[in-house]
Design a protein. Structure first.
Length: 499
């Protein structure tokens, strides 16, 4: 069983001496000595240090009040989420799963051992409430996986207590600065250890500024690949919006393959695109259900009490919980599958040796503008055809296809922004608005379909189906409103597409 702690802390270099007097700093009224704690931590990574390259930290630590396995994810500068699991001899399965998208088939091995003598002080307010913990850590580091030897240093660490005001850290830092203490150059102890013992953590080479059309497209694709990897742990932890964001990254990458076929050989990218489509579809099972559940729950909450008859709320909650539980289990299996891990490997391979075409070497403005122009022409044909159809299932389907094309136009424009600037940004913004309108229409179509299914189940159970009918009618009205708004929205959208 794992638990999660949000860690907000800052580290400082110490040449001589210890903590200066901190009482009276900000809200700190008293500083209480907690004694010295002996900590012994072994840090794990792959042989090529993939976790370090992604700024992830995995350790097994004994000593102190939180002995066990700790996996840290960066959230913001000085802020990390620490996933904790009980002490064991091997990496716990729940922890290993959270780094699987990075590690894949590689073995996690010990890379550094850190032994620290931590001299702890509690910073308390006037009521004796803990505001932060400040410590002077004397650290001995030993490199385990490469020749490099040992190192020893002292640092100050200040960690904010749960619920305390982060502004306290600014006040403490100002006080430390007055005493000659400077922020650490390293983001963590293990990063400092690797630097001092002869081998810094693996870091991706800083990408050169994109020059050609190929440079711009590849930079965008690398961003999406990283987004897929970064969102995987959030999906496993069931964090809000993580499934959606991971799915969007797969769609953006797949759309880029299609929109920029003049830059990348489609014959080479097609197999990867097909696997991205598969992953997006699997992610969508959970995401689409989340969206529907939220939409229907909000619609039910908005009804007057007199229009709610029967156990509608209970049935809707049961449907949402049951669907989420079943789809979530399936989704975790997908992420752990050999097929998904092979897809991640194929992305790495493709981006390491991209199948560039001749136009990839050209100046980006001409190549990317032409790609956007083609996307706009295809979208125009789909929207025009949909608007020519009478209301009904055929138009619903046509509008859904137009929505998918509008998304592709948006993603292509986003990829082109660094090269084309304001014109691409305006196109991306306009395509996003169009996608939102068409998405609202599709959501109403799916909601009506689900309401018919729920009404049938309720009727078979001898319950009133009245409320489902009320909700259905409201969804039908919502669909008609979006269809009425579409022609005007489309006229405005066409003005920003490149001619």
């Amino acid at each position: 069983m794992t638990d999660v702690k949000r860690e907000i802390e800052r580290k400082y270099e110490v040449a001589d001496g210890g903590l200066p007097e901190l009482a009276g700093t900000g809200a700190v009224a008293d500083v209480v000595d907690q004694g010295v704690v002996e900590l012994d931590a072994t840090y794990y990574d792959t042989a090529d240090e993939r976790l370090g390259a992604a700024s992830l930290t995995l350790r097994r630590r004994t000593g102190g009040s939180d002995a066990g396995w700790h996996l840290k994810f960066p959230v913001a500068p000085g802020v990390r989420d620490e996933i904790r699991a009980p002490l064991s001899d091997t990496v716990p399965g729940e922890i290993a799963a959270l780094v699987r998208s990075r590690v894949r088939g590689a073995e996690l091995v010990p890379v550094v051992r850190l032994r620290s003598a931590r001299d702890v002080r509690h910073l308390l307010d006037a009521d004796g409430v803990l505001l932060a913990e400040a410590s002077v850590d004397t650290v001995t580091a030993e490199r385990l996986n490469r020749a490099g030897g040992t190192a020893r240093w002292t640092e100050i660490e200040v960690e904010l207590a749960d619920g305390a005001d982060p502004a306290l850290l600014d006040a403490v830092e100002e006080r430390l600065g007055e005493a000659g203490v400077r922020p650490s150059k390293a983001s963590s102890k293990v990063a400092e250890a690797l630097r001092r013992t002869g081998g810094s953590r693996a870091r991706p080479a800083r990408a050169a500024e994109p020059v050609t059309a190929g440079d711009h497209v590849l930079a965008y694709l690398r961003e999406q690949r990283e987004a897929i990897l970064a969102r995987d742990p959030g999906v496993r932890r069931d964090l809000p919006d993580s499934v959606h964001q991971m799915r969007v990254a797969t769609r953006r990458m797949r759309s880029a393959f299609r929109s920029f076929g003049s830059v990348l050989d489609r014959d080479a990218t097609a197999p990867v695109a097909a696997e991205l489509k598969w992953l997006a579809r699997e992610l969508g099972v959970d995401r689409d259900q989340e969206v529907l559940a939220d939409r229907l729950t909000s619609a039910l909450d908005a009804l007057p009490p007199g229009q709610v008859t029967g156990p509608v709320r209970e049935r809707l909650a049961s449907w949402a919980t049951a669907r989420h539980g079943s789809t979530r289990g399936h989704l975790l299996g997908v992420l752990d599958s050999a097929r998904c891990l092979a897809l991640l490997d194929s992305l790495d391979t493709l981006l390491a040796d991209p199948p560039l075409r001749k136009k990839a070497a050209r100046e980006p403005r001409e190549v990317l503008t032409r790609a956007l122009r083609k996307e706009g022409a295809k979208l125009t044909r789909l929207v025009t055809a949909a608007l020519d159809l009478p209301p009904g299932e055929d138009r619903d389907h046509a509008l859904h296809e137009a929505r998918k094309r509008a998304k592709r136009a948006r993603y292509a424009a986003e990829a082109a922004v660094p090269a084309l600037g304001g014109s691409a940004r305006a196109l991306a913004r306009t395509a996003k608005k169009l996608t939102s309108l068409l998405g609202e229409h599709q959501d109403s179509v799916l909601a009506r379909r689900t309401l018919r299914e729920l009404a049938a189940v309720a009727h078979a159970a001898g319950e009133s189906a009245f409320t489902y009918g009320v909700l259905y009618e409201r969804e039908e009205q919502a669909g008609r409103r979006t269809e009425a708004e579409l022609p005007g929205r489309w006229r405005k959208a066409r003005r920003v597409f490149p001619a």
